[in-house]
Write a protein that binds this ligand. Structure first.
Ligand SMILES: *Cc1c(COP(=O)(O)O)cnc(C)c1O
Length: 428
């Protein structure tokens, strides 16, 4: 039988969207409403009992947000998805049904700085903890997993050091241990990498970055593969009777949609980190051009990284899309269409030259963001990683001589010209 699954470019425009049943509106409307009128008392009761799927209150579900959830699930090849108010919110939402006091997550030591902080300090307030491991050392990952481990967490393309995770090898380890693999796919987007095809259980996203794509929205999403056996004895919130729903067992009742229903019915209901419908609308519009934008982001990043690498004032460039990168060979299996547009480079003249470079750029914007249409620049050591010791900065790939770039969609020649004049000013 012929494969009738639509291609990525078709899904990014059509998945989750259909002409509005009330008006025929072609674009997904912004359903700016808090509540939804019940047909009658029986209908209301069925909705509250999760016996019927429908809309009650926008902290839980909203039609604009639902369209985005369906699109994210389709693009990642998952069974279901839940959107939330930020990427960091998505990480808590992913861990919440799995964790409990005394339990831990085994995490890669190459993560977005904010995630390192969230996992090192804030989750301890819930009694959870993280063990950070080098995910290139597979024996160390396996050894770090203990009886109290409930998740393994990494980024597909890690922010910002030009690192690609061997997801197939890591998911083989998490499978053997009977714990889910959670992959933060923010930097790659589902256009460049589909972690579920490499064994991931859950995929988390910051919608804030490439998915919306133009620096207008803060949002997050968790996509569930629908393939994990939550009844293996380690995940009572998914397998045992839920007292707040008359003893409902999520895994038994909802099967591959257990995580998604749990995240909406318990996570959004009680943690309340809901995405608003206007943000969902902007993100839906951004995703319509995701593949086109990611192709250009990658092509521009290769040109700029290659140019920087050949400049004698540059000590090194860490971009997995350059053949000089130790992670370049992993692109073929994990992200064959490209390595995204986020990378760092170091200046031989050190800290002072980096600060001067940042102050000399014109086209680049000096901001703490990434994945925008605009090219962005930041000197991590004097900003996002300022509170760390120099040793910690170096370990995080954010040493005093390192500058981070997020390459935008402008003409590559103009991006390079701006860096060229700024390098002349900063390094002479
Ligand atoms: C930005 C980012 C986050 C956090 O997302 P927010 O939307 O800012 O909360 C998490 N992971 C990665 C890789 C990111 O780039």
């Amino acid at each position: 039988m012929a494969d009738t699954t639509p291609g990525f470019d078709t899904l990014q425009i059509h998945a989750g969207a259909r002409p509005d049943p009330a008006t025929g509106a072609r674009q997904v409307p912004i359903y700016q409403t808090t509540a939804y009128v019940f047909r009658d008392a029986d209908h209301a009761a069925a909705l509250f009992n999760l016996q019927e799927v429908g809309y009650i209150y926008s902290r839980l579900t909203n039609p604009t947000v639902a369209a985005l959830q369906e699109r994210m699930a389709a693009l990642e090849g998952g069974a279901g998805a839940v959107c939330c108010s930020s990427g960091h919110g998505a990480q808590i939402m992913a861990l919440f049904p799995l964790m409990g006091p005394g339990l831990n997550v085994v995490a890669s030591n190459r993560l977005y700085g904010g995630t390192v902080t969230q996992f090192s300090h804030t989750i301890r307030r819930f009694g959870w903890s993280a063990k950070f491991v080098d995910f290139d050392d597979l024996d160390a990952v396996e050894a770090a997993i203990d009886d109290n481990t409930r998740a393994v967490f990494c980024e597909s393309i890690a922010n910002p050091g030009g690192y690609i995770t061997d997801l197939d090898a890591i998911s083989a380890i998490s499978d053997r241990a009977g714990v889910p693999l959670i992959v933060d796919n923010t930097t790659a987007t589902p256009y460049l990498c589909r972690p579920i095809e490499h064994g991931a259980t859950l995929v988390v996203h910051s919608l804030t970055k490439y998915l919306t794509g133009n620096g207008t929205v803060t949002g997050g999403a968790v996509i569930d593969s629908g393939k994990f056996d939550w009844s293996n004895g380690k995940f009572p919130a998914m397998s045992d009777p839920e007292p707040a729903y008359h003893g409902l067992k999520f895994h038994e009742t909802f099967g591959p949609l257990a995580f998604t229903f749990n995240s909406i019915a318990i996570g959004l209901r009680d943690l309340g980190m809901t995405l608003n419908p206007q943000a969902a609308h902007y993100t839906l519009m951004g995703i319509e051009t995701l593949s086109l934008r990611m192709e250009r982001h990658c092509a521009n990043a290769v040109k700029v990284a290659d140019w920087l690498e050949r400049d004698p004032r540059v000590a090194y460039v860490t971009y997995a899309g350059l053949p000089s990168s130790p992670y370049y060979p992993r692109m073929a299996s994990i992200c064959p269409k490209g390595a995204s547009s986020l990378f760092t480079f170091a200046l031989k003249d050190g800290y002072g030259a980096c600060v001067k470079l940042i102050d000399s750029v014109n086209l680049f914007s000096h901001v703490a963001n990434l994945g925008d249409t605009r090219s962005l620049i930041i000197h991590s050591a004097s900003t996002t990683h300022r509170q760390l010791t120099e040793a910690q900065q170096i370990a995080a790939g954010a040493g005093p001589d390192v500058v981070r770039l997020s390459i935008g969609l402008e003409d590559a020649d103009d991006i390079i010209a701006d860096l060229a004049q700024a390098l002349d000013t900063a390094c002479g």
